[in-house]
Design a protein around this ligand. Structure first.
Ligand SMILES: Cc1ncc(COP(=O)(O)O)c(C=O)c1O
Length: 396
C-alpha cells in the first residue's frame, strides 16, 4: 500500500472535489463516474433535493437516538409502509444502512441449530450477518457455488430436516452483473422447506420495472424476505427489509443492528420517499437505464471486450488477454508502470443513468491534459468484496 501511494497509483479513498452525479472531479481531473451505483441518476433530481431540504427544515439534521427508543418519526413509519407496498409485501422496516439491514435481519432470524445457506458471491454484509449469527446464536453457515442451483440442492440435501434453513442470495450480483436464477432457487427451496431472502441492493430501480428480482420473475409471493439499500437507486443511505408482519415484528425486537443504532435522519427518509414517487409515476427512468446499459454492453462487445455473464447495468470488463488489458490501460488516467491485475481481474463499470447518453461514451479532455476514457481509477480492481483490496496494484 505504501508503495502504491509513493507511486501515486493508490486508487482508494480518492477525495472528489465536485460531483454532479455522472461527472465528478478529483484534483484537476474531470471524469465520468462509472463506478457509482446511482442507477437512475436521481441524487441530483430537483424534486429529490427539495424533499431532503424540506425535511431538514422540519426535523433538523439527526434523530439523535434509535428507532426503538426516541428516533422513530412518522416519516419512518410512512417509509416502512411505502417500501413494503412497493415490493408487494405486507410489512417493511427501515434500517440506517443496507449493511446493518443484512446484519440485523440474519442475526435476528437464524437461531441456534439453524443454517444460513449463501451463494459464494453474496455481498460481504450477508457474510457478516451470518458471522454475527454464528457468534451470537451458534448457527451453521453453508455456501453453494455461484448461481448454481444443483450446488444449492446438494447443500440443502445434507442438512437435517428439522433445522431452520434460510437461503440468502443477491438478486443482481454487484461484481459480475448477473441475475440470481430465482425460479430454480425457489423450486429447490420449496422442495427442501427452506426460506428465501433476496438482497435487492442492485435490483431495485433496475429489474422488474424497478421493483426488484422477485417482481422480475413474478415470484414475489414465493420469496419470504426482500432486502434493499438506499445507497444506490434510492439516492440516499439506509436500507430496509420487507416480508410478513410477524417476521418484521420479530426483527424489530431482536435485530441488534436496528435496536442499538441511531435512526435514519429525516432528510434521508424524505429522499427515499421522493424517489419512490418518481419511480411510481415516471417509469421512463428505468427504461432509459436499460437502453443505456444495452448500448454500453453492445459497444464493449463490438470492441472485442469480454463482459462475462452480465445482463444488467453492472458491466464487468474482463481482460483474459494481456494485449487487451494493455490497450485498455493505455486509455486510463494512470501513470506509466501500473502492473497487470491478477488473472481474472478487470474493470467493473456501473451504468448510472446519465442525463444524456452522450455522457456514457463521451471522451473528455480537460484543458491542457491528455484525454482519457471516463473511468475513475478506483474501478481497477479484482473481483471479490471480501478479498484484500489493492488487487489492481498487486503486481507493482
Ligand atoms: C448486495 C449488497 N448488499 C448490501 C449492501 C450494503 O448496503 P449499504 O452500502 O447501503 O450499507 C451493498 C452495498 O454495497 C450491496 O452491494
Amino acid at each position: 500500500m505504501q508503495l502504491a501511494k509513493q507511486l501515486e497509483v493508490y486508487p482508494y479513498y480518492l477525495p472528489l472535489t465536485d460531483s454532479e452525479g455522472t461527472v465528478v472531479r478529483f484534483g484537476d481531473q474531470e471524469v465520468i463516474m462509472l463506478g457509482s451505483n446511482n442507477y437512475l441518476g436521481l441524487t441530483m433530481h430537483p424534486k429529490v433535493r427539495e424533499a431532503a431540504k424540506a425535511a431538514i427544515d422540519r426535523w433538523g439534521t439527526s434523530c439523535t437516538g434509535s428507532r426503538l427508543v426516541n428516533g422513530t418519526l412518522d416519516l419512518h413509519v410512512e417509509l416502512d409502509r411505502r417500501l413494503a407496498a412497493f415490493v408487494a409485501k405486507e410489512a417493511g422496516l427501515v434500517f440506517s444502512t443496507g449493511y446493518q439491514t443484512n446484519l440485523g435481519t440474519i442475526s435476528a432470524l437464524v437461531g441456534k441449530g439453524d443454517f444460513a445457506i449463501i451463494d459464494r458471491e453474496d455481498h460481504a454484509s450477508i457474510v457478516d450477518g451470518c458471522l454475527l449469527a454464528r457468534g451470537t446464536n451458534q448457527i451453521g453457515i453453508k455456501r453453494f457455488s455461484h448461481n448454481d442451483p444443483d450446488s444449492l440442492e446438494d447443500v440443502l440435501k445434507r442438512l437435517p430436516n428439522d433445522a431452520g434453513r434460510l437461503v440468502v442470495v443477491d438478486g443482481v450480483y454487484s461484481m459480475a452483473g448477473d441475475i440470481a436464477p430465482l425460479p430454480e432457487i425457489v423450486e429447490i427451496c420449496k422442495r427442501h422447506g427452506a426460506r428465501i431472502m433476496v438482497d435487492d441492493a442492485h435490483s431495485l430501480g433496475v429489474l422488474g420495472g424497478g421493483r426488484g428480482t422477485a417482481a422480475h420473475f413474478d415470484l414475489t409471493d414465493e420469496v419470504d424476505l426482500i432486502m434493499g439499500t438506499f445507497s444506490k437507486t434510492f439516492a440516499s443511505i439506509g436500507g430496509f427489509i420487507a416480508g410478513d408482519p410477524d417476521v418484521i415484528e420479530h426483527i424489530k425486537h431482536h435485530g441488534r443492528a436496528m435496536m442499538f443504532s441511531a435512526a435514519l435522519p429525516a432528510h434521508n427518509v424524505a429522499t427515499v420517499l421522493a424517489v419512490l414517487d418518481i419511480m411510481e409515476s415516471e417509469p421512463e427512468h428505468v427504461e432509459r437505464l436499460w437502453e443505456n446499459s444495452e448500448f454500453m454492453r453492445a459497444g464493449f462487445k463490438k470492441l472485442g471486450y469480454d463482459t462475462g455473464a452480465s445482463t444488467t447495468p453492472v458491466i464487468p470488463v474482463y481482460f483474459r488477454d494481456k494485449a487487451m488489458l494493455d490497450r485498455a490501460l493505455a486509455n486510463l488516467p494512470l501513470p506509466q508502470g501500473i502492473g497487470v491485475p491478477r488473472e481474472g481481474g478487470g474493470v467493473r463499470l456501473d451504468v448510472a443513468l446519465p442525463a444524456r447518453r452522450g455522457r456514457v461514451y463521451q471522451r473528455r479532455r480537460p484543458a491542457g491534459r491528455a484525454g482519457h476514457a471516463g473511468v475513475a481509477p478506483h474501478q481497477l480492481h479484482g473481483d471479490a468484496h471480501e478479498s484484500a483490496p489493492l488487487q489492481g496494484a498487486r503486481h507493482l
